[in-house]
Design a protein around this ligand. Structure first.
Ligand code: MTE
Ligand code: MO
Length: 297
């Protein structure tokens, strides 16, 4: 059903064409790198299939099972959609999705997604850098964090009729993390409109952090002075911190983060070592210089 909806067909094919060239250029340079992360923004690792990416999801608004979102997210109305941008910004307002999509060039970014549950996937997202949006709306001095909220609509989100989490789902980034060129607002995957189970029509993607930071179906982005409350930290601050950087040396209290299971990797040999910052250390380690990441987990 998602594949036949060509609403953004005027946007993605051109972006994909441009990005194939970028990716091919980056690919040649990355052949020598051990895990192919050294150059460019995309990994050259084998991509998960569309079927894997859209049938093994965490989206608690639609239930706790990995297959619940694929089964029940179809009922979500994503048109019309608007995003409230407020707080310490020069141009606050309710922005129609169409206007949000114009805030930056749509690119293809092939990123690893590493869930805190110690599984991972490789996903070819389409989206634009959050930095472009923030520059368009104008960040006021005094803003140090960005807070995000997911839609709250229990009539269409059965999980919100139960108390799995404190709704709406909330996430946050420090401003320098939000401005980092790796940080994406995803609006599609595999060149298709973003499937609802993956957070349609627009979701955050922060590839060096555990998957729960990548909040889905975003309706509000607020620039704030103080570190905002985030759903998982609020639920269990001993197990989930604000930073949530992928870190093989800092265990979750109930399990190791040293290795991960690649979804679709086959029965044998599907566990692999987890890489610091999910492999993006060259680009992001400097953001945390001087910080103790066992304390700021
Ligand atoms: N609103 C919302 N966003 C969310 C979640 C959620 O339950 N609700 N789950 C998070 C978790 S734990 C992960 S691992 C990723 C999964 O993204 P995917 O299903 O597109 O792979 O979404 C994140 N974003
Ligand atoms: Mo996750």
């Amino acid at each position: 059903m998602f594949r036949n909806d060509l609403k953004w067909s005027d946007v993605t094919p051109k972006a994909q064409f441009l990005n194939r060239r970028q990716i091919m250029a980056a690919g040649a340079a990355t052949l020598m790198a051990p895990r192919a992360f050294a150059a460019g923004y995309s990994t050259s690792e084998k991509q998960n299939t569309f079927e894997e990416i859209t049938n093994y999801n965490n989206f608690y608004e639609f239930g706790l099972d990995k297959t619940d979102p694929a089964r029940s997210a179809g009922a979500l109305t994503v048109d019309p959609w608007s995003v409230q941008i407020d707080g310490l910004v020069d141009r606050p307002g309710m922005y129609d999705l169409a206007d949000v999509l114009k805030m930056g060039p749509i690119e293809e970014r092939i990123y690893r997604l590493r869930c805190v549950e110690a599984w991972s996937m490789v996903i070819p997202w389409n989206g634009f850098q959050l930095s472009h949006l923030l520059n368009k709306v104008g960040v006021k001095s005094g803003a140090r964090y960005v807070a995000f909220q997911t839609l709250q609509r229990p009539s269409e989100m059965p999980g919100q009729r139960q108390g799995f989490l404190d709704w709406p789902y909330r996430e946050g980034l420090r401003l320098d993390e939000a401005m980092h060129p790796l940080t994406l607002m995803a609006t599609g995957l595999y060149g298709e409109e973003l499937p609802k189970q993956n957070g349609a029509p627009i979701r955050l993607v922060v590839p060096w952090k555990y998957g729960f930071k990548s909040i889905k179906s975003v309706v509000r982005i607020s620039l704030v002075a103080d570190q905002p409350d985030t759903t998982w930290k609020q639920t269990n601050h001993r197990e989930y911190g604000f930073y949530a950087n992928v870190n093989p040396t800092v265990s979750h209290p109930r399990w190791s983060q040293a290795t991960e299971r690649r979804i679709g990797g086959g029965l044998f040999n599907s566990r692999q070592d987890t890489i610091m910052f999910n492999g993006y250390g060259d680009q992001v380690a400097s953001l945390y210089a001087g910080q103790d990441l066992s304390r700021d987990y």
